[in-house]
Design a protein around this ligand. Structure first.
Ligand SMILES: Cc1ncc(COP(=O)(O)O)c(C=O)c1O
Length: 395
């Protein structure tokens, strides 16, 4: 049993096969169809598909025009890509600490990170909705507003969730409190397109930049061309012509990927509900083991699109180690994972920024273990995992 995996049915297979038999393998109609579905699912005005979540984060930093001398504030308990996207554009990373129980960056962590900016110009913050739980966007955006920061949500874990905004539940990705949000549709996430990402925004200008930069930075719309001499023959736009005002990338997603993504998004509510049911079963099964083994902390007023189920385990108190527990579970055919080594402790960032004291992230990292969570798990798999975990911990 892996810690996470995709859920594929015949409708996914049929959709991909239909593309293979069609005229368009890429840049075809399934891309538009997927983006339309992604707009519906997130509630954002614009949803731009791209080749993966990392590409989406890179496009977001490009769209926000981060560059050398600028800084992106990133919670250190995240996947590498949240920080690396700043480095791709020559900006620096200011690592923020996180809550030791939820792994979420709180407003006071953001303020503390801002206070460490020194000569850097903090331009944006990238809250991470860790494991599917939504960060305190109202609190973070209040700090961001007073500090002139843009907000790009790393929502790669959180597709399908909702959270309270001004008294209503809004969808993650609606950008009710942010400039942009980025999703990953990797196979372990709440819906998949094998490799794929989505950038959502309500800002027309940012959407136009993301769309342009994911296709080499080119403009195909004649009314937006700057060079009439090259672009037109008389009054007619030249059919072959396009313009590149700025260097971009090829971060497109193919029709094959978008076909799979569309059928997956049509079942997103089912996937999210099943994951929530499994989370509730884990909570019940772990309740009697607290505080030695317990679930990671929860934020109120939201309905997460759970990506991970993370147990916090006091390995030392039980006279064992995480490596030993993971090995024992593997012996029983149960896969687990660690999300994540705090990114500021990676050799690249240690070398660049030196030692940082971020005790909340260290405390979370020391105790965390991600248990299997995916819709195709059977109900009895949860008790099997918890029993095996109890044995592996010597309880
Ligand atoms: C928090 C976070 N951000 C970004 C990414 C990058 O997404 P992708 O793997 O689609 O490039 C991931 C992927 O695991 C992630 O977990």
């Amino acid at each position: 049993m892996p810690y996470g995996r995709q859920t594929i049915d015949q409708s996914d297979i049929d959709a991909v096969l239909a593309v293979l038999k069609s005229d368009w393998l890429t840049t075809g109609p399934l891309v538009d169809r997927f983006e339309e579905t992604a707009r519906e699912v997130t509630g954002a005005r614009h949803a731009l598909v791209c080749s993966n979540g990392t590409a989406g984060l890179h496009l977001a930093t490009l769209a926000l025009e981060l560059g050398p001398g600028d800084a992106l504030i990133v919670p250190t308990l995240t996947f590498l890509a949240t920080a690396n996207c700043a480095r791709y554009v020559g900006a620096e990373v200011i690592f923020a600490d996180v809550d030791p129980d939820t792994a979420l960056m709180e407003p006071h962590h953001l303020k503390e990170a801002l206070a460490r900016a020194g000569d850097l110009r903090p331009v944006a913050v990238a809250p991470v909705h860790f494991g599917g739980q939504v960060a305190d966007l109202a609190g973070l955006s209040a700090v961001a507003r007073t500090s002139g920061l843009r907000i790009m949500e790393d929502a790669c874990h959180a597709l399908g969730g909702t959270y309270a905004h001004a008294g209503n539940q809004v969808r993650v990705g609606a950008c009710a409190d942010s400039d942009l949000a980025v999703f990953s549709l990797h196979p372990v996430k709440t819906a998949t397109m094998a490799e794929g990402g989505i950038v959502t925004t309500n800002d027309d200008r940012l959407a136009e930049r993301v769309a342009r930069l994911r296709t080499h930075g080119t403009i195909r719309e004649p009314s937006a061309w700057s060079d009439r001499n090259q672009g037109f023959t008389g009054e007619t736009a030249n059919a072959w012509y396009y313009e590149m005002p700025e260097v971009g990338l090829n971060y497109r997603a193919s029709d094959l990927h978008c076909a799979l993504g569309t059928t997956q998004l049509s079942r997103l509510d089912q996937f999210v509900a099943r994951r929530a049911g499994l989370v509730a079963s884990y909570d019940t099964a772990l309740a009697s083991l607290s505080p030695t083994i317990r679930s990671a902390g929860r934020r109120p007023d939201q309905s997460p699109g759970w990506h991970l189920y993370i147990a916090l385990i006091d390995f030392e108190a039980m006279g064992t180690t995480r490596a030993a527990v993971m090995a024992a579970l593997r012996q029983e055919g149960i896969g687990t994972q660690v999300h994540y080594l705090p990114v500021h402790r990676q050799p690249y960032y240690r070398e660049r920024y030196g030692h940082l004291d971020l005790p909340g992230a260290d405390a979370f990292y020391d105790r965390c273990l991600s248990l299997p969570l995916f819709p195709d798990m059977a109900d009895h798999d949860v008790s099997r995992v918890v029993q095996a975990l109890t044995r592996a911990c010597g309880l």
